[in-house]
Design a protein around this ligand. Sequence first.
Ligand code: GLN
Length: 321
Amino acid sequence: MSGQGQGIAEASNFSIGALLAAAQDDLKAAGIEQPALEAAWVLEHALELSPLMQRVKSERLVTSDERTRVQALVRRRANREPLQYVLGTQEFCGREFHVTPSVLIPRLESVLLVEEAVRRCQELSAATVVDVGTGSGCLAVSVALALPTTHILAIDVSTEALAVARVNMAYHGVERRIECFCGDLLSPLEGSLPMTQVDVILSNPPYIEEMNWMALQPEVRCFEPRLALAGGRDGMDVHRRLIQQAPTCLKPSGVLLMEVGAGQAMSVCRYAEETGWFRVYDVLQDRGGIDRVVCLERWHGGLNVQVPSAATEMTQFTPHS
Ligand code: GLN
């Protein structure tokens, strides 16, 4: 069946098996790496038929409507649109999240942010957590589900992203526990929150540096929101602004957790310590051994404390497995 070299556009009458093979041929011709797997997922989504049932019912003829639906999705994917946008979902922390091109597709490494936020809040009876640049809401929702008594504020500058986040919050039943705000970084909280109330600020800010933009995969560069990816000349513009803004919201000993790009952790740590407001208490590595999450604790006393240099702190880090 497969390998006939006939795409969806060529044949007039399809069985499920033949449509699957044709979808696979179209994806393969477009250079998609795993055409068989992705074709089965596209059919599963468009026909609501699991890969197993696609085989069981492989002889059934498809309607022209079904064929059009599959063809539309295959075209988008062949155009290098990420499969997650084509299918509308991505798994994160073991749960399904709705995604559209208005939000960054959740990445495995961001689980580190959730784990650390949960670790910091576990002992507190009613913690307050702020997710800056919530996007799909995957971090805010995952923290909300892990910590049932925590109050969460989710902020994004994009109203389209917040709409997606709200869908995910409702889907996972935590919409009443998460307040959404639209605006730049922490600015929407001014006036709506008593100062120094927050236990944890977590964020996956944009961190792709200008020079690396063109080297991104076409799936990422052409389809994911630039706003969620491009972090200015050295990729750390937003980290610096967040470090400047965070101390006014954080409790003494409150923490700021930020995801960073490869090679950025040291600079972000140094910058944070030089403000005099933060102590670096950890840097978490992702599965690839890359320093991925910078963990900053607000000094109890604020500005007047003598801070050690980032270099001495860095030597004390033990790698995480
Ligand atoms: N991890 C993403 C990538 O490498 C970038 C995410 C971000 O900029 N926050 O494509």
